[in-house]
Structures are given as structure tokens and as C-alpha cells.
Design a protein around this ligand. Structure first.
Ligand SMILES: [Cu+2]
Length: 326
């Protein structure tokens, strides 16, 4: 119903504008003036209105910044997330400063250089090498600096030390996630996509001795302050494991294993105290992968080592699950 009202009101607004133009034309006829001739008063009024529109536009940008800011993600919950946030902040400050500066000049000059009889004509100015150098070289230097900064951050994230990290496999399929933890041997068993079928949704090679104590879960539990190396796989099409609070995202590609190493820094309990009791970490799919893509998610819990150990102990191993099925 609201949409119908919006359409009707928009239509009436257009009709009103057309009628106003018609009234202007009729008034022009009565006063014996050509309605289409732009007078100096018109120019002054229009340039003043342009200035108002420009300032209102910039004011609306400031308002939106404060109004929508609470909808942004909270500060990063991982070690590398901090340097991503710093890069983001630096880039946004740079872009927003340039945006405000340029728009202030744009609207000011539109107002200042309006057509007016008391000013001389605009000077036709074709070329200036000095200006060309300045507006080519200065942005080039600044952008090169931004790119080098970004590459440095990317390098630090993707080449992080994996030697101390515990390995967890994350497996995506239409439309859900599983996590696989190695058992006491600390080794994940091998896998093959040809083995996917029935209860063996992850294609795990059960003839591999390392597989038997692996644990497949529907939640991802992580230890606070401990690096984790996520090995990512997909069963069917490309998915993307996205954990916004940790600033982690990596594609899951069928037929290959991708990986991401990171260290969580805040437990779920700490985040609940900061963000409210409803808060949960989540792993989402960030590739539009089909009709239920919107709901392809897995709960993530960050906890202390003791809580993690207690949880992991309760998860059944693959061999136990296979025995109960028989
Ligand atoms: Cu997906």
C-alpha cells in the first residue's frame, strides 16, 4: 500500500511541476516577456539554490555517517583484523577528506562564477603544463603509497606463521557447513571427492588410520589467543567462508584446498558483554551459491582452552559414528 501511495504522490508532484511551468509561461505572456530568456535574477537565484543544495548534500552525508555508524561491524576480534581495520580507517579518512574538499570547491565555484553582467567574460584557458604535472604526479604518489600500504598488509596476513597453528577443516556444501577436527594424533585423515556419499558427506577416506579419530561437527569452536589454520574445501560449487568479526574470508573451491591462518582475540562471552546477549560469532557464505545461500551459516564459538577441551571431548569420533551406524 505504501508503494502505491509513493507512485501516486510522485505522479501528482510531476503534474504540479508541469502546471507551475505553465503558470510561468502564462505570466510571461501577460507581462509581454519571453519566458525562455534567462535573466540575471534567474542566474543569481539558481546559483544560490545550487549552493544550498550542495551544502544540504554534504550535511546529509555527515548525518548518514553518524546515523548508520552503529550498523558497522564492531572492532576486529582477531590479531590480523586490527591491521585491516587500520588500513580501512586510513583509506576512508583519505577518501572522505578529498570528497568534502572537492565538493565544497565544486559548489562554491558554481556559485562564484555564475553568469553576471558586472563581471568580465570567462577566460578561455586551454593548457598549462605545470597544472597537468601537479594533478597527475600528486595523485600518482598518493595512490602508490596507498597501494604499497595495502600490499604490505596483504603480505603480513597471507604469509603469517602457521607452525604453531592448530589445523581445522571447514567444509562447505549447498547449503551448510561442517568443521572437522583432528583427533589425538593431531592429523586430519585424507579425503577424496569420489568417496562423498551417504553418511560420508565430507568424502573422508576411512581406510586412512588418521581419519578414524577425526571429529566432524556442526559448530566451529576456537581457542582464544591460539592461532588456527583453517583448511577450506567445498563439495559442489564455489562457496566463500566469511567470518566478518575476524576479518576473515577465503573461497572454498571444489577440487582444491584453500587456507587461512588467524588468531581470535576475544571470546564469545567477552563479545556478549560488549554487544549484548544475542551476540554470536558466525561463519557465513559470501558467494551467491543458490536458493538457500542466504541461510548458509555456521555458529562460531571462541572460548578458553578448558572450555574448548571439554566441548571437543563430547564430540564423537568418526569411528564411533561409523560403529553406531552399523
Ligand atoms: Cu555457499
Amino acid at each position: 500500500m505504501t508503494n502505491v501511495f509513493i507512485v501516486v504522490i510522485s505522479f501528482l508532484l510531476v503534474v504540479t511541476l508541469v502546471q507551475l511551468v505553465r503558470v510561468g509561461q502564462l505570466l510571461g505572456d501577460i507581462r509581454k516577456k519571453d519566458f525562455n530568456v534567462v535573466t540575471e535574477t534567474d542566474n543569481k537565484r539558481q546559483s544560490f539554490l545550487m549552493l544550498i543544495v550542495g551544502l544540504a548534500f554534504l550535511a546529509s552525508c555527515v548525518w548518514q555517517y553518524f546515523a548508520w555508524n552503529p550498523l558497522l561491524l564492531p572492532s576486529a576480534s582477531s590479531e590480523h583484523g586490527v591491521i585491516i581495520d587500520e588500513l580501512m580507517r586510513f583509506t576512508m579518512i583519505l577518501i572522505i577528506s578529498v570528497f568534502f574538499l572537492l565538493h565544497l570547491f565544486l559548489f562554491y565555484f558554481l556559485h562564484k562564477y555564475k553568469k553576471s553582467s558586472d563581471k568580465h567574460k570567462a577566460y578561455y584557458y586551454t593548457h598549462n603544463n605545470k597544472l597537468e604535472y601537479i594533478w597527475t604526479i600528486v595523485p600518482a604518489i598518493i595512490l602508490t603509497g596507498v597501494i604499497l600500504y595495502g600490499l604490505n598488509v596483504w603480505d603480513r596476513i597471507t604469509n603469517a606463521d602457521t607452525s604453531e597453528a592448530s589445523v581445522i577443516e571447514v567444509y562447505g556444501k549447498q547449503f551448510g557447513w561442517n568443521a572437522r577436527y583432528p583427533g589425538e594424533d593431531q592429523k586430519l585423515g585424507s579425503h577424496d571427492y569420489k568417496l562423498v556419499g551417504g553418511a560420508n558427506a565430507l568424502g573422508i577416506d576411512i581406510d586412512d588410520v588418521n581419519s578414524l579419530d577425526d571429529k566432524v561437527t556442526r559448530e566451529l569452536h576456537l581457542v582464544v589467543g591460539k592461532p588456527v589454520l583453517m583448511k577450506l574445501r567445498s563439495q559442489d560449487i564455489i562457496h566463500s567462508a566469511f567470518m566478518p568479526h575476524f576479518r576473515v574470508q577465503m573461497n572454498c573451491v571444489p577440487g582444491m584446498t584453500t587456507q587461512f591462518v588467524f588468531t581470535p582475540t576475544k571470546t564469545t562471552k567477552e563479545m556478549k558483554m560488549l554487544e549484548g546477549d544475542d551476540f554470536e560469532y558466525v561463519l557465513l557464505c559470501n558467494k551467491i551459491c543458490g536458493v538457500a545461500h542466504y541461510n548458509m551459516q555456521m555458529k562460531v564459538v571462541v572460548e578458553t582452552q578448558e572450555e574448548y577441551d571439554a566441548w571437543l571431548l563430547k564430540q564423537g569420533t568418526l569411528s564411533e559414528k561409523l560403529l553406531t551406524q552399523k
